[in-house]
Design a protein around this ligand. Structure first.
Ligand SMILES: [Zn+2]
Ligand SMILES: [Zn+2]
Length: 151
């Protein structure tokens, strides 16, 4: 999907969700969604809050609340990379890659694998509909291997 179509689809999902929940459609939520969908990579609420300071000022509370809403309608996913490290990503980006996490330094690297992607797609369930997925590989990165002299 083109970025523009992706953004349009994301706005439609949010609008529908808000109307079902009888929540108000606010310009703040729209702008936060725009900012997230223009962002490539993993982020925290603070990343978005700071980015928005130049353009359209919103409060931290609004950013946090909007994250809750966007999680509820599956427009963003949360990654618990390590026990105390939660980061977010737009769902459309998450669908294209997986994550490798170094347990020593916490570095997160993304990777794609068509075979894994296909395997997940082909694994259907009668009692469950898969909406999105990601694979986490935990291990030790090259730098740490060298640093700690691990074999
Ligand atoms: Zn990612
Ligand atoms: Zn490392």
């Amino acid at each position: 999907m083109e970025a523009e179509e992706e953004l349009y689809a994301a706005h439609k999902i949010l609008t529908d969700f808000l109307s079902v929940k009888k929540m108000r459609q606010t310009i703040e939520r729209e702008k936060i969604l725009d900012c997230i969908y223009a962002y490539n990579g993993h982020f925290k609420p603070n990343t978005i809050y700071e980015l928005m300071q130049n353009d359209f000022r919103v409060s931290k509370a609004t950013v946090y609340n909007t994250f809750e809403t966007l999680l509820e309608c599956n427009l963003i996913v949360s990654h618990h990379f390590l026990h105390d490290r939660v980061e977010y990503e737009k769902t459309t980006a998450n669908a294209t890659h997986h994550h490798r996490i170094c347990t020593k330094c916490g570095e997160v690297q993304e990777f794609s694998d068509l075979k894994i992607k296909r395997a997940i797609k082909n694994r259907t369930f009668t009692t469950f509909d898969t909406e999105y997925s990601t694979v986490y590989l935990y291990g030790i990165c090259k730098k740490c291997k060298k640093k700690y002299r691990l074999k």
